[in-house]
Write a protein that binds this ligand. Structure first.
Ligand code: ADP
Length: 162
């Protein structure tokens, strides 16, 4: 039976840390669905369409990886797809508390779905979409954190929002 997993998140925007996790998951599983949460309440900087398009671009050469989006409870989305494993990334101990709480909440909501944690290469363990947006506003060079087309898109959006 094919092993299929979902890697959910906001991806606002996708970073080299996310890409590292996607590649690791693609080595382990037959199919990886990167699922972008619409997360309107989190007020994302990028539209859902933009976040999906950026992910499609960075994963286009990765076998078994596809990109989708959802606007409902994550466990409902995953169970509708008939999938039992959710991948989340763990950067540092500081991620643990939130991720642990979320994994156990999701287990209460649907105990047939397991959350599996993966660690990125240590060089990406401090990369976060949130901090990238903060330093981008101040004109930082983002080449260590995101692909160059994402950096350009970020600068354009921030310019527009000024
Ligand atoms: P959220 O779903 O909390 O909004 P993100 O979309 O930023 O989070 O990230 C999706 C998942 O990827 C989360 O499990 C997050 O911890 C993980 N992640 C984010 N950045 C990195 C990184 N640099 N390395 C590894 N995992 C990461």
């Amino acid at each position: 039976m094919k092993q299929r997993v979902v890697y959910p998140g906001s991806f606002d925007p996708v970073t080299y840390g996310h890409i590292d996790i996607i590649k690791r998951a693609a080595h382990m599983f037959d199919e990886v669905i990167v699922a972008v949460a619409s997360n309107a309440s989190k007020k994302p900087l990028f539209s859902l369409e933009d976040r999906v398009a950026m992910l499609k671009k960075v994963t286009r050469n990765l076998k078994g990886v596809s990109v989708d989006s959802f606007d409902c409870l994550m466990v409902d989305y995953v169970s509708r797809k008939n999938i039992k494993i959710v991948i989340r990334g763990l950067r540092m101990i500081s991620d643990f508390e939130y991720e642990f709480q979320m994994a156990l909440t999701n287990r209460k909501l649907n105990d047939k779905i397991e959350t599996m944690f993966m660690m990125p290469n240590e060089s990406y363990s401090f990369v976060s979409s949130k901090l990238i947006k903060e330093v981008a506003i101040l004109g930082a060079n983002l080449s260590e954190f995101v692909p160059s087309f994402v950096e350009q898109k970020l600068k354009k959006v921030l310019q527009k929002n000024k």
